[in-house]
Write a protein of this length. Structure first.
Length: 372
């Protein structure tokens, strides 16, 4: 199951509104355990993992054990349900990690298998598997995307300095991790303040993964972000959504649309985009995972609204100082909101521009304890 959980990560963020699930077909005999078929939910969400793994196993699936990270589906579409495909292939035993909360499947996949005489063991490594399935589980049960708040925090707890543009808090290795996170999410969100101050591109620029840049969303009630910003200039290549108030000037809306943006009319409260309603609307468009990359006010709003499921902090060795304009982070490792628990920690070399080693950056991932 651990191998299946690792395999499932490969297509995370690329399977539409289907979860990225993995299935291993394993034959256990006197000489040991042999994987005879492996499958993962294919890009776009179909086919599911089980038929892919069974096709690879062929006749060797007969009498074998299937390890699947999520309960096999039980409902008919144009193709038969995966539970039925496992039955037809003659597997003897099915081991699953997480029960599918989808009402069409919930418990029914397991029941179909048991009725066919297959031994079913559910719940193996459920906690570990949930980590990769969390976006699907939250989307399905809470009707909103999973929200990951990612911030780079200086050694003295700052996010940057107002008026200084992007402040290099972390090194290249940490930036590469950020790009990898982007590739695994359906969308990235920032506030208009960050567009104006930093002019970021918000794409995945890792060699070979450039095509995996997710949609970019800007909270911009007045639709005031500059048409000359990098986001606007690349909007026809990388989908870009401006979450604006529904009463913006139509000429402005047309200008943003002409630049290639989708202008999303939003409800506002006190002049700010209403976050729960926005998340509901994004979920309805199939966005299951959202990476919030700042800035300070947007991060604070998501935290205050209790809409953050995971926090990823990159702590750099550099001090920004407390001068006028320094922006304190609304969250640091020592000011974590209640209910979050550390689940991963990665130490990365911090090599500054010019190749100088400045120390280490630490990437810490926290998950809400009630979702572990
Ligand atoms: N270190 C890091 O990880 C990191 C990451 C990103 C940014 N930054 C830094 O943060 C600074 C920008 O932060 P910021 O606080 O000025 O800007 P911000 O959080 O990026 O954007 C704030 C703006 O977003 C709009 N907004 C709409 N709905 C909102 C809502 N529900 N809650 C909050 N804001 C909403 C508002 O625009 P209106 O004013 O039009 O209403 C608000 O002024 C920059 O200096 C940047 O370098 C650091």
């Amino acid at each position: 199951m651990a191998a299946a959980i690792r395999l499932a990560r490969r297509n995370q963020g690329q399977t539409g509104t289907n979860p990225s699930v993995a299935c291993l077909i394993v034959r256990h005999d006197a000489s040991g355990s042999h994987v005879v078929g492996s499958g993962i939910t294919q890009k776009g969400g179909r086919p599911h993992a089980e038929p892919v793994a069974l096709a690879e196993a062929g006749e060797l699936a007969r009498g074998a054990t299937a390890y699947v990270t999520l309960e096999p589906c039980a409902h008919h579409g144009a193709t038969p349900p995966c539970a039925e495909t496992l039955i037809s292939a003659g597997v003897a035993r099915v081991v699953t990690a997480v029960v599918d909360p989808d009402g069409r499947v919930h418990g029914k996949g397991h029941a179909m298998l048991r009725e066919a005489g297959i031994a079913v063991e559910a719940g193996l490594m459920a906690q570990e598997a949930k980590d990769g399935l969390r976006a699907y589980l939250i989307h399905k049960t809470m009707k909103r995307p999973q929200v990951t708040l990612k911030l780079a925090v200086s050694a003295d707890g700052m996010l940057g300095v107002r008026g200084s543009g992007q402040v290099a808090i972390t090194g290249a290795a940490a930036r590469a991790q950020t790009h990898l996170m982007r590739a695994r999410h359906h969308a990235i969100l920032i506030g208009s303040g960050t567009v104006i101050e930093d002019d970021p591109e918000l794409t995945c620029r890792l060699e070979g993964l450039q095509a995996r840049s997710p949609r970019r969303i800007v909270l911009d009630p007045a639709a005031a972000i500059p048409l000359g910003s990098k986001l606007m200039k690349t909007a026809s290549a990388v989908p870009t959504i401006v979450a604006a108030s529904s009463d913006i000037d139509p000429a402005r809306r047309d200008a943003l649309a002409a630049a290639g943006c989708l202008v999303m009319p939003c409800e506002t409260v006190g002049g700010k985009v209403a976050l729960p309603e926005l998340l509901e609307d994004l979920a309805a468009t199939g966005i299951m995972s959202l990476m919030v990359e700042g800035g300070a006010r947007v991060a604070a709003s998501f935290l205050e609204a209790g809409l953050v499921d995971e926090i990823v902090l990159f702590e750099g060795p550099v001090e920004v100082g407390n001068d006028e304009g320094a922006i304190p982070s609304p969250v640091t490792a020592s000011t974590l909101p209640a209910g979050f628990e550390e689940c991963d920690r990665l130490v990365l070399p911090h090599v500054a521009a010019g190749g100088k080693m400045l120390g280490t950056d630490i990437m810490i991932r926290y998950v809400r304890a009630d979702q572990e």
